[in-house]
Design a protein around this ligand. Structure first.
Ligand SMILES: Nc1ncnc2c1ncn2[C@@H]1O[C@H](COP(=O)(O)OP(=O)(O)OP(=O)(O)O)[C@@H](O)[C@H]1O
Ligand SMILES: [Mg+2]
Length: 281
């Protein structure tokens, strides 16, 4: 029952925080936030996970530092959600080690569907897990996502995009150290997706939490992440830093370059890195 409530709320207070030597990892953190990196990092060492005798993750190694924003891409069924559930502590690995490390803050998860409790108001959905007496923080989180005036409404009367904004407010209300996002914008129309993408980017730049974003949208990965990993054959097939000279407001050229790098890794086709010109028409 407790687990079900936690699953619904995207909140996993039981996730363990373990000391790990952050010097072990090989990627220098270049967080795109204006603040000193804060939040929670994690490390997976030799992680195996399978279902019904079929191995999905095959000795996966990955370290993400506090403050990093990492996009996870890969073909459908390659194990992206499985990886996210292991990091959240929802599932356990068959073997290998998973450790969380860093400063304060919990682990929160946001899924493609908002998972709001229909018998609670918008405000009470956001306040799930907050100590009694701190409900005013729910209003602050709702204001952040532009939905304060809907605080007293029932979830059923909100649009899909508004429900996802409530889910984002609920994930942010307790100042997470690590936000795990499993295709959070996948079910939204294009315009709402653009709006939400900008909102997530802004809030992260402000609060500086670490982020793991599972997405099929390569453009989304190129805009929101500092680093992209591609899963294939149960392991990390690509691990690239998304270089930018303009943290917080990437140029169109930087986004296009990052998209090409990620696409080449995901679909195994070489997309040109040359500027597009009339010869290609
Ligand atoms: N609880 C489960 N029981 C049995 N098989 C599972 C379970 N969860 C995942 N799998 C299997 O593990 C594999 C990876 O699933 P996962 O959901 O992690 O993929 P994914 O990369 O997130 O795919 P998608 O992009 O379609 O969401 C799939 O073959 C899936 O059928
Ligand atoms: Mg998935």
């Amino acid at each position: 029952m407790l687990f079900r409530a936690a699953w619904n709320a995207g909140c996993f207070p039981g996730t363990t925080l373990m000391p790990v030597n952050t010097q072990l990892q090989t990627h220098a953190a270049i967080p795109s936030t204006s603040q000193t990196p804060r939040g929670i990092g994690f490390s997976l060492r030799g992680v195996h996970k399978g279902f019904d005798g079929r191995e999905v993750l095959k000795g996966l190694n990955l370290t993400v530092l506090p403050g990093e924003a990492v996009a996870v891409v890969g073909k459908s069924g390659c194990g992206k959600s499985t990886l996210l559930r292991l990091i959240a502590g929802i599932d356990k690995p068959d073997s290998g080690e998973i450790g969380l490390f860093g400063t304060a803050g919990g682990v929160r998860v946001m899924f493609q569907d908002a998972r709001l409790l229909p018998w609670k108001t918008v405000r009470d959905n956001v306040a799930i897990g907050l100590p009694a007496g701190e409900k005013r923080r729910a209003d602050a989180a709702l204001a952040k996502v532009g939905l304060l005036e809907r605080a007293a409404d029932w979830p059923a009367v909100l649009s899909g995009g508004q429900k996802q904004r409530v889910a984002l407010a609920r994930a942010l209300v307790s100042s997470p150290g690590l936000l795990l996002l499993d295709e959070p914008l996948g079910a939204l129309d294009a315009l709402t997706r653009y709006e939400m993408r900008a909102l997530i980017g802004e809030i992260r730049a402000e609060q500086g939490f670490s982020m793991l974003l599972v997405t099929h949208d390569v453009e989304e990965a190129a805009i929101l992440a500092d680093r992209a990993i591609c899963l294939a054959e149960g392991a990390v097939a690509l691990d690239c830093r998304i270089e930018t000279e303009h943290p917080g407001s990437r140029t169109i050229e930087e986004i296009a370059r990052a998209e090409r790098t990620i696409l080449n890794a995901v679909v195994g086709t070489t997309f040109t890195t040359e500027p597009y010109d009339d010869k290609h028409l």
